[in-house]
Design a protein around this ligand. Structure first.
Ligand code: NCD
Length: 304
């Protein structure tokens, strides 16, 4: 089984992944956990920069007893540099490994890789399309912090156009009843037209805004995003919008006491550092949860 998009999951599959993530968190250092994937080899190949996703997937594999083969900076250090196609690279990795974790800058490329091999591939981010393990770790974090996945008001802020983490989290949250979304961005970074259509077709309850002020008190989850510099063709366009939304301590004062602030990280300057010590700042806890959720996903692709 490949994991390419969060759209592929039913609610019961998502619930099972979340449950398993909780078990992984509890049993992280149990000797039995360290044998669950013994004898397996996981290939991790990243054609785009990463800190959390790559290192937590690799840690997850090691914690489960698997071995890792890894190509970081694969655009320059793998045969992609010589012009090899993503399909041929996938064919080769499937000769050596039992599962592949892949990140690539091109929308749809990981699906292409998956089309030529039965070795499970996990999409670790493909352009502005999908980042399913991030969506699931975001969901796990919301459940842990808020105690529920329904009746939530979620505000996504920043680069609504290019955020693959948004595109992975929204399909998961709409599996649960009565969730409402606000998408807050400068006018240059609003939802892509086709994505707006997709949301409407799926009866998603959402509003688009270009101002944060009036929605802050309504939110249960404030999800900040980085303006995705690498997706801009023109650096002047990036400079124009990069500081559109910077969360300040005064904004946080307007949030509910029970709200949480998420960010997939890395942050550039979207969140003032003095907010880090507020109990509602959940982004580092969120990143830590990535380890448990990625352990759960590795077990899932091995049908364990
Ligand atoms: C995100 C990504 O790569 O899409 N990072 C991550 O995996 N935690 C968000 C980002 O890079 O802004």
């Amino acid at each position: 089984m490949h994991i390419l998009s969060t759209n592929q999951f039913t609610k019961s599959e998502v619930d099972a992944i979340l449950l398993r993530s909780g078990e992984m968190e509890k049993s992280l250092r149990d000797p039995k956990t360290a044998t669950l994937l013994s004898g397996k080899i996981v290939a991790s190949i990243f054609f785009e920069p990463s800190t959390r996703t790559r290192l937590s997937f690799e840690t997850a594999a090691i914690r489960l007893g698997a071995d890792i083969i890894s190509a970081e900076n694969a655009m320059g250090n793998s045969s992609a540099f010589k012009g090899e196609t993503i399909e041929d690279t996938a064919r080769m990795l499937s000769c050596y490994s039992d599962a592949i974790v892949m990140r690539h800058p091109t929308f749809g490329s990981v699906e292409k890789a998956a089309s030529v091999t039965k070795t499970p591939i996990i999409n670790a981010g493909d352009g502005a399309n999908q980042h399913p393990s991030q969506g699931l770790l975001d969901l796990y974090t919301i459940l842990k912090e808020e105690g529920r996945l329904e009746n939530l008001t979620i505000g996504f802020v920043g680069d609504i156009l290019n955020s693959r983490t948004l595109r992975s989290l929204v399909p998961l949250l709409i599996l649960y009843p009565n969730n409402k979304f606000y998408f807050v961005s400068p006018k240059e970074l609003v939802l892509a037209k086709e994505y707006r259509e997709y949301l409407k077709k799926n009866n998603v309850n959402f509003e688009e805004k270009n101002n944060l002020e009036d929605i802050l008190p309504k939110l249960d989850v404030l999800y900040m995003t980085r303006v995705q510099k690498e997706r801009f063709l023109n650096i002047a366009e990036y400079e124009k919008v990069k500081d559109s939304f910077i969360l300040k301590i005064n904004d946080v004062k307007k949030l509910k006491d029970t709200a949480i602030i998420l960010h997939p990280l890395p942050r550039v300057n979207e969140i003032d550092h003095e907010i880090d010590s507020d109990k509602r700042a959940a982004y580092f806890r969120q990143a830590q949860n990535g380890l448990y959720v990625r352990m759960s996903l590795l077990l899932t692709v091995f049908d364990l």
